[in-house]
Design a protein around this ligand. Structure first.
Ligand code: PMP
Length: 361
């Protein structure tokens, strides 16, 4: 077996311990006589896994009882729609801060549902090189909510400090950086994240939502799309994706064993610094398209002098055992996604490769 060095942006590499546990437990979960995949979602064996996944989210992120933790389907993309369907009422408007393609998509869905406005955008020549400053935001104090994307997976930017939005609920798509560090959940009305980058496989989306927002949700939409439906049923209103939730549990358990989010932040900052330093050390060759104070600790993007050299870098990288270094097709360049489960040794290999590749060209 040869597991390659994996810089995929998502689905992404997961902790080996979480996968090995799945391997061990695949045929029989504990001494329950069946695989987790085969158990009823209404049975005790599955219920224990389900509730452990939810309580690990609560524990790791310090989520208080003022919030519900929901396990949802449809990816982060379904939340682009569900957020406005539930929380944007007739006569109201919602603010969107646009920092990349995913925020644009979220904004687009809100416009289908109701009235949404752009409170700030950092788009410049079809790229998004930075996160806006507080002074750049034109916030509507009456907005139903303000939506941000905490980490821009494609542009390689990340909010270092969350915006101050007064008493308007702040909603964040944290798909590509949830649990990369501790955060103060009480600053948010709602946080959502597809699991497939930092916390699990695809097929499961974590939604953390303040209970008053659940209650205030619209009831003129189909029940399956209401947060109240999922909150009232502990995310068991219909059959949940039991195997992805089981894997989410495994990954969160490993995250906890490794010292929780404070320890994760240390590891992540250290790894990202290695790559950013490697870029800065060769300014005539490697170039970050992102402003220094907006750089992502999760997705490090950079350019080489020409697209041809970038293609060669990706191809040679693959030969050297590194998968997933190609930038998103919409922006090109190189992207190394170095989420929680990416070991430091992989980043060291990348950095050594960057040095050699520069020398050789
Ligand atoms: N938001 C962000 C920040 C993302 O990176 C992605 C996926 N790469 C999405 C939303 C869309 O997620 P999904 O495919 O789970 O709908």
């Amino acid at each position: 077996m040869a597991r390659v060095i994996n810089f995929n942006p998502g689905p992404a590499t997961l902790p080996v311990e979480a996968l090995e546990r799945a391997q061990r437990e695949l045929l029989e979960l504990g001494d329950t006589g069946a695989s987790v995949i085969e158990h009823s979602h209404r049975g005790k064996a599955y219920e224990a896994v389900h509730n452990e996944a939810i309580s690990l989210v609560r524990e790791l992120l310090g989520v208080s009882n003022d919030y519900d933790v929901l396990l949802m389907q449809g990816g982060a993309s379904a939340q682009f729609a569900m957020v406005p369907m539930n929380l944007l009422k007739q006569g109201q408007s919602a603010d969107y801060i646009i920092t990349g393609s995913w925020s644009k998509k979220a904004f687009g869905e809100a416009q289908i549902v109701g009235t949404a406005r752009v409170a700030a955008t950092t788009e410049k020549d079809k790229k998004f090189p930075r996160i806006p400053k507080q002074a750049d935001l034109e916030l509507d104090p009456k907005a139903a909510y303000v939506h941000i994307t905490s980490n821009n997976t494609i542009a390689g930017t990340q909010w270092q400090q969350f915006p101050n939005v007064g008493s308007v609920p702040l909603i964040a798509d944290m798909s590509s950086d949830i649990m990369w560090r501790p955060i103060d959940i009480s600053k948010f009305g709602l946080v959502y994240a597809g699991a497939q980058k930092n916390i699990g496989p695809s097929g499961i989306t974590v939604v953390i939502i303040r209970k008053d927002l659940v209650e205030a949700g619209r009831d003129d939409i189909p029940k399956i799309f209401r947060y109240t439906t999922h909150a009232a049923a502990n995310s068991l209103s219909n059959t949940p994706p039991t195997f992805p939730i089981y894997l989410l549990r495994n990954v969160l358990d490993v995250t906890k064993q490794l010292g929780g989010l404070a320890a994760a932040e240390k590891r992540n900052r250290d790894k990202a610094k290695l790559v950013y330093d490697a870029i800065a050390a060769r300014p005539d060759f490697y170039r970050s398209p992102v402003e220094a104070d907006s750089r992502s600790m999760m997705n490090v993007v950079f350019n080489l002098p020409t697209p041809e050299l970038e293609a060669e870098f990706v191809a040679e990288g693959l030969k050297a055992g590194m998968m997933g270094l190609k930038g998103h097709r919409s922006v090109g360049g190189i992207r190394a996604s170095i989420y929680n489960a990416c070991p430091r040794a992989w980043v060291e290999t990348l950095v050594a490769f960057m040095k050699d590749f520069h020398k050789g060209s």
